[in-house]
Design a protein around this ligand. Sequence first.
Ligand code: PMM
Length: 287
Amino acid sequence: MSDEALLLDLERPVRPVIMGVVNVTPDSFSDGGRWFDPAQAIAHAHGLVAAGASIVDVGGESTRPGAQRPDEAEELRRVVPVVAALAADGLTVSVDTMRASVARAAVEAGAAIINDVSAGLADTEMLPLVAQCQLPYVAMHWRGHSTDMYGPAQYRDVVTEVLDELQQRVVDLLGAGVPPENIILDPGLGFAKTAEHNWAIMRDLERFVATGQRVLLGSSRKTFLGRVGRTPERRRPPAERDTATAVTSLYGAMAGCWAVRVHDVTSTMDAFDVWEAMGSPTEVADE
Ligand code: PMM
């Protein structure tokens, strides 16, 4: 292959996978209980896939700052029927949970991915379960439950510390018997991080990609996107943060992230379509 052909190949965009969010909760910050009813959640998930999501992420616990946890029985009641119905319909489902018991029940109901915002730190049973299931596992950077979201947001060098703490999760996962290819890392925007911390991570996403692990980026509708460019009186409410989310998700794509987790799939698909068209001039010229 000539140098020129190699360069063109490297420039060709690799679209990240889009993970669509299905919150089966009464109290999520981003969509405020709209999909709490199982039938609504199931219909919403199908809509996300029709819009271009390849994975739907079903969660029954809100992690908004200050949120109280549902008990285990309530989380199971919220999540398992929705996972079972979507898996039966042939969708690729991930389960967003910190509880090994919920992850196990969701996998038995057909979930293909475990998304754990605590990367195993909230439940000692999680890592053995992940090793046993042999499924992809999203390990997000986390420093404690959302009841105290910003107390642990103390860093000297946020990017280096988040990377180091994620590398320790990788060591523990490998030690538990999880194969490296099943580990997906997530910097955990907003979790024990201020807006400034989030922007520092966004600027340095390539360092996360350079770990060699697949990286998932979850910027969707987060508070820092409501603040940017706005005075405190004019902050964007969560439902008006999808354009900003499409921009940060595109930035994640350009940095080499494997997946982005979003509430509104259409706006992020539009951003990826534009990027892909710019990387494939012949396809644009053909139209
Ligand atoms: N953010 C939320 C929930 N789950 N999972 C991953 N892997 N990464 C995230 O950034 C993330 C997550 C925040 O709540 P939401 O469901 O309302 O977006």
